[in-house]
Write a protein that binds this ligand. Sequence first.
Ligand code: PRP
Ligand code: URA
Length: 208
Amino acid sequence: MKKIIVVDNPLVKRDVTILRDKETDPNGFRLALDRVSHSIAIEISKSFDLTEFVVETPLEKTKGYKFSKQVILVPVLRAGLSMVSSFLEMIPDAKVGHIGLQRDEKTLKPIDYYYKAPKNLDESITIVLDPMLATGGSAVASFNSLKQKGAKKCILACLIAAPEGVEKMNNEHPDIQIYTAALDRQLNSVGYILPGLGDAGDRNFGTL
Ligand code: PRP
Ligand code: URA
């Protein structure tokens, strides 16, 4: 069974359309990306275990809830940075690590240039943030590094996924649930997702 959940609601559909539109400027792109990221964070949170505790209102004691595990967000530089602020709004006590990967434009293989993640990965929920799952090379390399450092419960949050990337992730990391706002048709000959939204990093940061 494929481990992919497509977050499917009218707000997300409307915002993915804004992201795809080549006329959307970087500001409009960032705003739509923030809104979609909120929806994905909410969907992912449905998988979190909760611990009950007693909270005291001004009137009496009652049952309260907190996440059972620390959440660690790991954006893949650079485009993954665009999802961090929305996730932190929904999960303010999350810790944030960073993985630097750049796809080689010819081989499409990821070249890694940076790694920094909090300790206690093994006791936490690690959510990798990357808007694009294309060949899957970057996502697989990210989880290889994180698992090598001890990460156990891992999740991938993206915006647009290609079937090729989903298959690669399912083959190499079958334990990892993928959440996406859209599952697209295919990759083109240079590894871009079709219909996709173009280069997520360039569109978000205005470096086109
Ligand atoms: C993009 C994207 C992913 C990667 C996906 O990053 O943000 O990290 O490509 O492709 P893959 O699934 O084939 O590995 P890119 O290398 O363009 O770097 P950037 O974020 O710095 O623009
Ligand atoms: N990276 C992007 O930013 N866009 C794609 O379509 C594929 C990889």
